[in-house]
Design a protein around this ligand. Structure first.
Ligand SMILES: [Zn+2]
Ligand SMILES: [Zn+2]
Ligand SMILES: [Zn+2]
Length: 468
């Protein structure tokens, strides 16, 4: 039986933790005024898990520790197991559960390290690599949103924020689409401004006639004798009611007077109405009717089938049917390439294979940082789709490399195609990234049987003799 080393952080108010079988509570230290330097000084030895034995009065400190560990602000692995004695606002999002009697902590720790050792260690540091390094070893992983005020939105997935995964909504949609995540329970639905996605909306009812916001709800009365309609205050005479126009005493509702359905009064145009018109406005000054707002659905997510493939093999083997105009996997692409080459030879068709490569990626990363450089390339790749035809087949090889098969296109069109592709580069105002295009006309006798290997080698500009 392995013995796992735990580090325990406690405060003055908590008692020593009970012994947990198979877990050695190696080092106990007290957090009174938490600061990260003191925390780090206690975590110099290697350890397998962190136990936060903190009382209710230290829950803010607990959240601070959780946030700092998960966002790699401390020099300890962001994905380390953390269990807490008490629940804090962030513990259900960033910790691995609560320490309580009867919980089999040991088997959870063991399972975590078993799965972590199976995880393919990627060299890359992309969003998906960082996310799976955290999520995959956790057998019952759940990604949960938190109701929390932010600049533009009202919900956040704290784990994604800690892992530095930007554009949360876009990423979640993409991962769900590619089966990396599966949606579980629906947590909430929020409305967004359709123009700027803001979730901070003010709903205000306005006068349906002049659109003024200066409206009041008022109780009005309607005199049957003369037909006068006015606010109830105008009719009040000590304890009785009297019409201010015809001076009739109003005794019985339904006989002398009634209350009109119009409950609202506009102070700008004097209009009386039953219901105001509702307008939702965001902080950017966009105004729309509630039925024009977008809806954002907040789900709890679990890992999907593709997560397992990526974690253990490194890429998704996409066996789904191809959608028109959508990217395909390199496996599908290779098969199609070989098939089109054979078919082109037989029927004397001409196709064109293009290798696209973004140059200057290293400089862009140095200048902008990896996250922004990758986002920029992703955006440029996205724009490629706008210039290729739906019948062209596109596959991404790497974040900065792609291949396109232009069916029934001969080499004589290359100049025009190059001009189209150059327009993408021109639209990119930063001159660091340059699109390099190489062509390979089909049919070709040189296409080997192992098309995929040939494609990858070609894309990486390796000498083919060295790889095949
Ligand atoms: Zn807006
Ligand atoms: Zn009257
Ligand atoms: Zn009005």
């Amino acid at each position: 039986m392995n013995v796992y080393q735990a580090i325990v952080a406690k405060d003055d108010a908590t008692a020593q933790l009970d012994a947990i079988e198979g877990i050695d509570n190696k080092e106990c230290f007290t957090i009174v005024d938490y600061d990260s330097a003191a925390f780090l000084a206690h975590t110099t030895n290697t350890f397998d898990l962190l136990l936060l034995n903190l009382s209710d009065s230290s829950l803010a400190e607990q959240d601070k520790i959780l946030w700092q560990v998960r966002s790699s602000a401390l020099d300890i692995p962001a994905e380390i197991l953390i269990f807490c004695l008490n629940e804090s606002p962030l513990s259900s999002h960033l910790a691995d559960g609560l320490i309580h009697a009867g919980r089999n902590l040991y088997s959870q720790v063991e399972r975590f390290y078993e799965r972590q050792s199976q995880l393919l260690k990627h060299k890359g540091n992309s969003a998906i690599d960082r996310f799976l390094a955290f999520a995959w070893p956790r057998e019952n992983f759940q990604l949960t949103p938190r109701w929390q005020l932010q600049e533009n939105s009202s919900y956040q997935y704290p784990l994604l924020a800690c892992l530095g995964i930007l554009e949360e909504q876009k990423i979640l949609a993409q991962w769900q689409h590619t089966d990396i995540l599966s949606a579980g329970d629906l947590v909430d639905r929020v409305r967004q401004c359709p123009r700027c996605d803001s979730e901070h909306l003010n709903y205000v009812d306005i006068c349906p006639r002049c659109k003024s916001i200066d409206i009041n709800s008022s109780v009005s009365l309607h005199c049957f004798t003369c037909g006068h309609v006015g606010e109830q205050g105008e009719f009040q005479l000590d304890t009785a009611l009297r019409c201010p126009t015809c001076l009739t005493q109003l005794r019985h509702i339904g006989v002398d007077y009634d209350r009109p359905l119009e409950r609202f009064h506009c102070a700008s145009c004097d209009h009386r109405f039953i219901e105001g018109q509702v307008i939702a406005s965001c902080h950017n000054g966009h105004k729309q009717r509630p039925d024009e707002l977008k809806e954002r659905r907040l789900y709890q997510y679990v890992l999907g089938p593709a997560a397992e493939q990526i974690a253990s093999v490194g890429r998704i083997f996409d066996n789904r049917a191809l959608q028109w105009g959508e990217d395909t996997s390199i496996e599908n692409f290779s098969w199609l390439l070989r098939w089109s080459n054979a078919s082109a030879q037989r029927h004397q068709h001409q196709h064109l294979l293009l290798f696209l490569n973004w140059e200057g990626v290293a400089e862009a990363i140095t200048q902008w940082g990896e996250e922004r450089a990758m986002a920029q390339i992703a955006e440029l790749q996205e724009r490629l789709h706008s210039v290729i035809r739906q019948t062209d087949v596109f596959a991404q090889i790497d974040s900065d490399k792609a291949v396109i098969l232009l069916c029934h296109t001969s080499i004589k069109w290359l100049d025009q195609i190059a001009a189209k592709l150059a327009s993408i580069e021109a639209a990119n105002d930063d001159s660091i990234l340059k699109l390099q295009v190489r062509n390979f006309p089909l049919p070709s006798q040189d296409l080997p049987e192992n098309t995929q290997q040939w494609l990858l080698a070609h894309a990486n500009k390796l000498e083919l003799d060295h790889v095949i």
